[in-house]
Design a protein around this ligand. Structure first.
Ligand code: ZN
Length: 391
């Protein structure tokens, strides 16, 4: 016990340190897990549509269990356990199985000919690709943002308001609560479906997928501030945060990581300090005054005019490099830092806050003049000097 007491009282995440508590209806996610003896499996598919659970018996499935049944039939999968959970108005049975698969060690010829793609994640478009998905059709470089949460906003507002008007502990309150939960669940199902489709498409189409390392928690931090120093534009920032989180950038990255190893492609990650939006993708000139409102990038050096996010996506593709001499172990799917950067860049904006993606966050404070400010340094830096360093 003394050993335990001396440990620092910290844990990952935001959860406070404390005694363990039992799960409780209404407080925790409703779920339970069942195990079985693998020699005489109590968890098995009775038919493609019926799952047999120990003690409970057969339950009918909404989805087909055909894929799993065939894997088991071939001896390629062994069921380990099943987790039954409730989300919104539905019950889910999540079957954990040990599956034997042969992961591809290299991309297919089709993936190789498609090459590398840079992906800029955003809110206006969910993702902007450095090259179109369909060659020749430039509109396919922009993946529209479905904005699922916004579409449900009216219905959610009504349901939330109805809930807040009910008496605590009443049957109608429970009914109203379920309606809100159902709406949120429907949003999350749509979001997940869309995300899986996109990440699969990217990892199966291209041999290398390059993304930016985003500090999602930092980017979506509240602008509230403190009582002494209240923040500005708090509501606007809250709306932006909601829109960013609706695109689930962290989950997208997680899916790309494991799907890259499934489909033989490679995920490259550009370090979070690279100014991908402020840099010209053609010549390397930088515009430190670029704000979130500037939707188009105008180069002050080579006069390139390009969509802001497309410019960023091209930078992400150009600035990431796979390491052919150090192949990533299969199953890892990710190179740690494709630019091989060591920590902070040479001139960070001296010690303000913690590391985060500056371009999309923070108060619009004065920007110190950087390399080639169009106003303070009239002779633009010769092209090549900046880009040569990072190539
Ligand atoms: Zn340029």
């Amino acid at each position: 016990m003394e050993e335990l007491a001396r440990l620092p009282a910290r844990r990952a995440g935001r959860r406070k340190v404390g005694y363990p508590r039992f799960k409780k209806k209404g407080r925790s996610r409703d779920s339970f897990r069942l195990h079985h003896e693998i020699a005489k499996p109590g968890i098995r598919l009775a038919t493609y549509r019926r799952l047999r659970l120990p003690k409970i018996g057969e339950v009918r499935l909404h989805d087909s269990g055909k894929c799993l049944a065939r894997l088991i039939g071939r001896g390629d999968a062994v069921i380990q356990s099943v987790t039954v959970s409730r989300a919104g108005h539905r019950w889910y049975a999540s079957v954990l199985a040990k599956v034997t698969v042969t992961l591809p060690t290299r991309p297919t010829a089709r993936q190789v000919s498609a090459g590398k793609v840079g992906v800029d994640l955003g809110v206006k478009s969910l993702a902007v690709l450095s090259r179109p998905l369909v060659p020749g059709d430039d509109t396919t470089a922009f993946v529209p943002n479905p904005r699922h949460l916004r579409h449900a906003e009216t219905r959610l507002t009504k349901a939330q308001r109805a809930l807040s008007r009910t008496t605590k502990g009443s049957a109608r309150r429970e009914k109203a609560r379920r309606r809100v939960a159902r709406l949120h669940h429907e949003v999350s199902v749509r979001r997940a479906g869309q995300l899986h489709a996109l990440t699969k498409l990217l990892t199966t189409t291209f041999s290398e997928v390059a993304v930016e390392d985003l500090n999602v928690a930092g980017m979506t931090r509240s602008a509230r501030g403190t009582t002494e120093r209240p923040g500005r534009r708090v509501r606007q920032k809250a709306g932006l945060n909601r829109a960013i989180l609706d695109t689930s950038p962290g989950e997208l990255r997680r899916q790309l990581t494991y799907k890259a190893s499934w489909y033989g492609s490679k995920l490259l990650v550009l370090d979070r300090w690279y100014p991908s939006s402020k840099t010209c993708s053609a010549c390397g000139w930088q515009n430190p005054r670029l704000t979130l409102a500037d939707r188009t990038f105008h180069c002050g050096n080579c006069h390139l005019v390009i969509d802001r996010d497309l410019n960023a996506a091209r930078n992400i593709a150009q600035q990431t490099h796979g390491a052919p001499h150090h192949p990533v172990a299969p199953g890892k799917g990710e190179t740690q830092n494709a630019r091989r950067a060591t920590g902070r860049p040479p001139s960070p904006r001296a010690g303000r806050q913690e590391a985060q993606k500056r371009e999309d966050t923070g108060p619009p404070g004065p920007v110190p003049p950087q390399r080639s400010d169009p106003l303070t340094s009239p002779p633009p830096e010769p092209p090549g000097q900046e880009s040569a360093k990072s190539l």
